[in-house]
Design a protein around this ligand. Structure first.
Ligand code: GLN
Length: 471
């Protein structure tokens, strides 16, 4: 048996049957990472000693026949913008190159309590700004399906680690598509939960009104297991919602389910292979008895423009704290202002600087109304667009991304083209809704994802609906 080839479900069974120990499992994965990650660059930090120590501890618990924690021996990779106490957290930036997290993110606390072992921290676009993981200060991650291509972004390291069987699951963060688009590019499952479903405490902020942590997994079944652990109210994040809102759905069949297909997401310019596969997936649901209904989301065309005002604006304020004094890199020993300018000048990469400049402009006196405020109004209209659509349908199906994984460096010279990679994932976030990307086949040997969008807090329902495609 290849010990690195198991899902979360299978590990649980294997441990109960005593087919392997947690230590054997952990060693097998660490060896694989050490041998094969040279080509991929999924990990920025490996937590080898801690992981082995924890594995031995869990084996002892299992041997003593104490109650075995639910996720005993499950191995995780964590995006490097999520804090794991005592471990480096770079956010993919030179400015945090030596920053050690002083506390655990809430989701890490919850997972570790259930017996999850963290193998390491994964690569990302600097401060999660990007769609290809090429904006990392520590080199790009490569797509395990094709090393000449990007894994998507910004959670590219997490997605590649799962696709390559380096771990059982990974955590990512999704602001405009950063969990779903890499999941689609790497042929795995990624969930961007409803805003407020998962605590953001311990997530290095990009756009506070959009950021959510979510699972990246090999299967839909595993996605549910991880989501159920990390979801829920947290006193440390006032935007996290009460648990009563996050109830399970009782859906057992898709018979009679009304699936909305927005016209605006099936247009010219989308890769033909992607369109064909998504349509085939829709047909499968229809065969299972779902009703397909064409709907309209006319404001979709403004979503990317709106997102790229709101994202840089909030990012510019969130990143003000990296001043060369409080955190990480500190450059210059001249005047205070020089410390700020030199540290930020040397510490931030081009895309981060671009967004700080755009965001500062969009928030400045005289321009605030024309840009930030206006984008917020458009955001409300986009939200209403979805609300209207959801008065007629139960869920909405779209492609996750307009193309399969693109070539490394194909879009790095043209930020606008890179921004368009978010065209189907950003609108959902502006509306605060949950969405899951589930593999629906391959075109030219490259994976394609189907995006299933749900009503607010119907995360469990879209997971269960995605499961029908997996089956
Ligand atoms: N690609 C989008 C961006 O660059 C989304 C990033 C994200 O979700 N973190 O902002």
């Amino acid at each position: 048996m290849d010990l690195t080839d198991l899902t979360i479900k299978q590990v649980g069974q294997g441990l109960r049957d005593k087919n392997f120990s947690v230590l054997e499992l952990t060693k097998a994965h660490l060896e694989k990472i050490k041998k094969e990650d040279k080509d991929i660059n999924a990990f920025l930090t490996l937590c080898e000693d801690k992981a082995l120590e924890k594995a031995k501890e869990i084996d002892k618990i299992i041997a003593s026949k104490k109650k075995i924690p639910l996720l005993a021996g499950i191995l995780a990779a964590v995006k490097d913008n999520i804090l794991v106490k005592g471990t480096r957290a770079t956010a993919g930036s030179k400015i945090l190159k030596n920053y050690i997290a002083p506390y655990n993110a809430t989701c890490i606390k919850k997972l570790e309590k259930q017996g999850v072992i963290i193998l390491g921290k994964t690569n990302l676009d600097e401060f999660a700004m990007g769609a290809s993981t090429e904006n990392s200060a520590f080199g790009p991650t490569k797509n395990p399906k094709d090393l000449t291509r990007v894994p998507g972004g910004s959670s590219g390291g997490s997605a590649a680690a799962v696709a390559k069987n380096f771990c059982h699951f990974a955590l990512g963060s999704d602001t405009g598509g950063s969990i779903r688009q890499p999941a689609s590019f790497c042929g795995i499952v990624g969930l961007s939960p409803t805003y407020g479903a998962v605590s953001r405490y311990g997530l290095i902020a990009l756009t506070s009104s959009l950021d959510q942590i979510g699972p990246i997994t090999k299967t839909v079944e595993d996605c549910k297991i991880i989501f159920d652990i990390i979801k829920g109210r947290d006193e440390m994040d006032s935007t996290s919602v009460n648990d009563e809102l996050l109830v399970d759905s009782d859906i057992e069949t898709v018979k009679g389910l009304v699936i909305g297909i927005p016209k605006e997401y099936f247009i010219e310019g989308i890769d033909k292979g992607v369109l064909d596969l998504v349509k085939q997936a829709i047909n499968k649901y229809e065969k299972l008895g779902a009703k397909i209904k064409e709907i309209h989301l006319p404001l979709t065309k403004y979503a990317v423009a709106c997102y790229y005002i709101i994202n840089p604006s909030e990012a510019s304020t969130n990143l003000a704290r990296y001043d060369g004094i409080k955190y990480g890199l500190s450059q210059s020993n001249k005047e205070l202002l020089d410390v700020y300018l030199d540290s930020r000048g040397a510490g931030f990469g081009d895309e981060v600087k671009r967004r700080i400049i755009i965001g500062t402009f969009a928030l400045s006196s005289g321009y605030y109304e024309a840009y930030y405020l206006r984008a917020q109004k458009v955001r409300q209209l986009i939200k209403k667009d979805f609300e209207k659509a959801f008065s007629e349908v139960d869920v909405i199906f779209t492609p996750t991304a307009p193309t399969p994984a693109f070539k490394l460096e194909e879009k790095t010279e043209n930020p606008l083209e890179m921004y368009l990679a978010d065209i189907f994932t950003a609108p959902v976030k502006l509306a605060g809704l949950p969405a899951i990307s589930v593999p629906c086949g391959e075109t030219n040997n490259l994976p394609v994802g189907l995006q299933i969008i749900g009503k607010s807090f119907k995360d469990d329902k879209i997971i269960k609906i995605a499961r029908f495609l997996e089956k």
